[in-house]
Design a protein around this ligand. Structure first.
Ligand SMILES: C[S@@+](CC[C@H](N)C(=O)[O-])C[C@H]1O[C@@H](n2cnc3c(N)ncnc32)[C@H](O)[C@@H]1O
Length: 204
């Protein structure tokens, strides 16, 4: 199981954002592209990925959304239909269903709660997970030692906040995809491909 953490300092923290202009809605369009890059293969949803979205925008930061889509069973009962066309609608419903003081499962495999970025990563660290932070100054993704069930952490259009980045570098291995700065969703596609290739070769 591979896991990702996407941090957005501007993505909205309530469901009343406008789906008519997703760029203006705290750049939630980037989170949507990250979701698509995380889960969608051609004609298939990945069975082996989990995504954590940490939204720190207005009006009620910070929200932690966990996405680990259930793929078996009857649609509408055991699982929801995850469509590329309606990712914004799913995010809207998840954010609307937030309940104070709860880690609420909104749909099978989709949770929301109030939780900060460092706490989300800190809890993964406490669970003994192998953490990698996407950072142009890190080790090359093609040669770095990636351990089982890795977690990859990446930032929004403004990057990861420098204070948090400094703290996370103490518990995460920084990993680079090269000198060019990629969109967050492109980063996810490269990471997924690297993990797929290592798994195909039995190296992970
Ligand atoms: C669009 S980029 C952020 C750009 C922002 N202006 C900055 O300088 O950090 C979004 C995220 O993708 C990751 N990223 C982009 N290019 C990368 C690269 N070449 N190597 C590693 N991570 C990269 C970083 O985690 C970054 O926070």
């Amino acid at each position: 199981m591979r896991e990702l953490v996407y941090y957005s300092r501007t993505a909205p923290t309530s469901g009343n954002f406008s789906i008519d202009d997703l760029q203006k809605a705290g750049r939630i369009d980037i989170a949507i592209h990250v979701i698509i890059a995380t889960f969608f293969l051609s004609h298939k949803i990945r069975p082996d990925a989990k995504l954590n979205l940490v939204f720190a925008g207005m009006p009620d930061p910070t929200k932690h959304i966990e996405m680990s889509p259930v793929l078996e069973g009857e649609t509408g009962i055991d699982k929801i239909y995850l469509s590329k066309k309606d990712v914004s609608g799913i995010l809207k419903r998840i954010l609307y269903k937030y309940r104070q003081g709860e880690r609420k499962e909104v749909f099978p495999g989709y949770w929301i709660q109030k939780k900060g970025f460092l706490e989300v990563v800190g809890d993964l660290y406490k669970k003994g997970r192998n953490l990698y932070i996407l950072d142009p100054k890190g080790e090359d993704i093609r040669t770095v030692d990636i351990k089982k069930d890795p977690v990859f952490i990446l930032g929004d259009h403004k990057g990861l906040p420098s204070k948090e980045l400094k703290r996370l570098k103490k518990i995460c291995t920084p990993v680079t995809l090269g000198k060019k700065v990629y969109f967050a969703s492109q980063v996810v596609a490269v990471v997924n491909n690297e993990i797929d290739r290592r798994e195909e070769k039995g190296k992970l």
